[in-house]
Ligand binder design. Structure first.
Ligand SMILES: C[S@@+](CC[C@H](N)C(=O)[O-])C[C@H]1O[C@@H](n2cnc3c(N)ncnc32)[C@H](O)[C@@H]1O
Length: 365
């Protein structure tokens, strides 16, 4: 029976790639404009080659050559979310060059005719004309499509993240597998065991377990913050003018602490900053570390984001982590692809996906 080969457009640090790899899908290449993606993609995903390229300049012929020899081809991708977020929609997204990237995705699907297509993005994209065109185009060239808004915590991601997932197949109806858990993981479950560090410190054994530093006033603020609370818990002298204003009141979770017994809030590219959302550690007086953010995105604890000798900035790493498709959501997509291929008699999932898992783990440890 055939295997599945995949190319991941807009691959980032490889959250989606890694989930697919753990499910026995052979990701042969990841494409992204950001050179910082090369190391994490290639280091953690055996066989995946990074191609630094603007997807708008990618020709069908080149993409064709990147799919290996397998009979079944999967084209995966998660175009940048920012132009589709609720915030960005207040502005004219048509002026943003990124909005057209989904059209590039359908151009490449049409040019290479992969057997299956998958895409992940922010929920608000579902109502956007750009997405409706994307679906229409896939259906016009012969795909059956399915999309839904997924609560990632029901698929093993310890986070209140909601995402739009699209699956499309040339072989007939395809669906996302049902939720894999009824009990969402909590912040304590996944990061409760990590060594204590202070704001501005790094854990010597894992440089990614590093937290951004805090100014004196922010240190006082986090000391006054309660898990799940807001700046409204602070004494008056710590509250900034912008918090008191109308605008400030609409963002009660900025400068918040996470709660141990709940899933975390959605990780963003700014998740390393205490002032950027509810990104305060539940009990230590600091923002979450980059490693904690990665674990909350369901990356394995051993996932490597930068080589020891590389000088990659804090904000670059936070961007790679916050932008990622949670690995567990990628696994759910991988499982859905196999379930579909089995149902149409085209392929079987590898006999032991645990073996694949161990292989993938082995190369990261
Ligand atoms: C939402 S992130 C993808 C996350 C990734 N799928 C993961 O799971 O880790 C979007 C990515 O698109 C990349 N990107 C933006 N514009 C691009 C373009 N024109 N061509 C290729 N990549 C692009 C960004 O650098 C970013 O890494």
């Amino acid at each position: 029976m055939a295997g599945v080969t995949c190319v991941d457009l807009f691959c980032g640090a490889g959250g989606l790639t890694h989930g697919l790899v753990l499910e026995g899908i052979d990701v042969t290449a990841g494409i992204d404009v950001d050179p910082a993606c090369r190391y994490p993609l290639e280091e953690n995903n055996r066989g995946a080659r990074f191609l630094k390229k603007d997807v708008r300049e990618l020709e069908g012929k080149e993409l064709d050559s990147l799919f290996g020899e397998s009979e079944i081809r999967l084209l995966a991708g998660c175009a940048p979310c920012q132009p589709f977020s609720t915030y960005a929609q207040r502005y004219d997204i048509k002026r943003d060059h990124k909005w057209g990237l989904l059209y590039e995705f359908s151009r490449l699907a049409e040019a290479t005719s992969p057997d299956i297509v998958t895409m992940e993005n922010v929920p608000s994209l579902a109502k956007n004309e750009v997405f409706l065109d994307f679906v229409k185009e896939l259906e016009r060239v012969g795909y059956r499509t399915h999309h839904e808004i997924v609560d990632c915590s029901k698929y093993g991601v310890p986070q209140t993240r909601r995402r739009l997932v699209l699956l499309a197949s040339r072989y007939g109806d395809i669906r996302l597998i049902p939720p894999t858990t009824t009990e969402p993981g909590t912040v304590r479950d996944v990061i409760g065991h990590l060594p204590e560090i202070k704001a501005g410190e790094a854990w010597p054994e894992d440089p990614l377990h590093t937290a951004s530093s805090l100014s004196d006033i922010n240190l006082q603020r986090i000391r006054a913050s309660k898990p799940g609370g807001s700046w409204k818990d602070w004494p008056e002298y710590l509250v900034a003018a912008c918090h008191r204003s109308k605008t400030g009141r609409t963002y009660p979770s900025v400068y918040g602490r996470m709660e141990w017994e709940k899933p975390s809030p959605t990780m963003t590219t700014q998740c390393h900053g205490y002032g950027n959302g509810r990104f305060g550690h539940p009990s230590q007086d600091r923002a979450i570390s980059l490693r904690e953010a990665a674990i909350l995105q369901s990356f394995p604890e051993s996932y490597k984001f930068a080589a020891c000798h590389e000088d990659v900035s804090f904000s670059t790493l936070a961007r790679l982590i916050g932008n990622a498709v949670p690995v567990e959501l990628g696994r759910a997509v991988g499982k859905s692809v196999w379930a579909h291929l089995e149902s149409v008699g085209k392929a079987h999932a590898p006999v032991s996906r645990d073996h694949e898992h161990q292989n993938a783990q082995a190369i990261v440890s």
